[in-house]
Design a protein around this ligand. Structure first.
Ligand code: FPP
Length: 253
């Protein structure tokens, strides 16, 4: 097993069957901080470093897309100071990391209702999208003020509006039409969902898009989810039999 040589796929992983899109629920920042007697915000700061490390793994191992759940529509219910810290953290990370992302060929995009985010954060978001849109090495999608049910409501309203204006017939609404109305239009669906910190829930994350994803839950807290932990998740993924409702190759022979 070779995980020291960072730029190649570890020898126990099959480079041809790696997930093409990994979605992550980054959970456990607060507990990580509490275990160390630190304020919760220290966990979020460390969590942002973990995102960078995972992105590096994706680049090194040829995983083309990573989508992270940074802030849910429900997270507004946290104490105001924590919400304000997170908004500032997103803004600073986008500002500080932009040059590195550019150099590394990372394309950054966002899903969620961005219109109500603080203006300085919206400015950084727009800058990150514009400056990285031609990059092709890895596609990093950041979910901010994202909720899957809200995404579906927005999509269905837009389709209803098109029907009302005679631009679409009800019978023309099918899965591809709905796909095209989601924030994730034109993105491949995740093959693998990772949730850290031992919670076994989807928490309103990519409910449509995860229909056939393999789910991987680990007790590791997000700030501790390093290269070795990601490697382990990929090992588990490669041992799954992805059947999409069909019989496995062994059973159908
Ligand atoms: C959940 O852990 C974590 C969050 C709600 C925030 C995640 C944000 C980051 C990791 C920063 C990422 C930055 C960018 C730019 C992508 P929790 O606070 O619910 O942890 P707990 O369950 O232990 O309390």
């Amino acid at each position: 097993m070779d995980i020291q040589n960072n730029s190649t796929v570890p020898s126990d992983l099959n480079p041809h069957t790696l997930p093409q899109h990994v979605a992550v629920i980054m959970d456990g920042n607060g507990r990580w901080a509490r275990e160390r007697g630190l304020p919760r915000i220290a966990g979020h700061r460390q969590g942002a470093r973990t995102v960078k490390e995972l992105l590096r793994c994706c680049q090194d191992w040829g995983i083309p897309a990573l989508t992270v759940y940074a802030f849910s529509t429900e997270n507004w219910q946290r104490p105001l100071a924590e919400v304000e810290f997170l908004m500032k953290l997103f803004e600073k990370v986008l500002c500080w990391e932009r040059l590195d992302m550019q150099r590394a060929g990372v394309k950054i995009s966002f899903i969620g209702d961005l219109a109500i985010l603080p203006t300085p954060l919206q400015i950084e978001i727009n800058r990150a999208i514009t400056e990285t849109e031609a990059n092709q090495a890895v596609h990093l999608t950041i979910a901010i003020n994202y909720g899957s049910r809200a995404e579906l409501v927005t999509a269905f309203r837009s389709l209803a509006d098109q029907v009302q204006h005679g631009l679409l017939k009800p019978e023309e609404i099918d899965e591809p039409t709905i796909e095209r109305s989601l924030y994730t239009a034109n993105m491949p669906h995740p093959d693998l969902l990772i949730r850290t910190s031992g919670e076994l829930r989807l928490s309103n994350y990519l409910l449509w898009q995860l229909a056939y994803a393999e789910l991987y839950f680990t007790p590791t807290l997000w700030p501790d989810f390093d290269r070795a932990a990601f490697h382990q998740a990929l090992q588990h993924y490669q041992h799954r039999d992805r059947r999409y409702g069909k019989l496995s190759t062994a059973l159908s022979a």
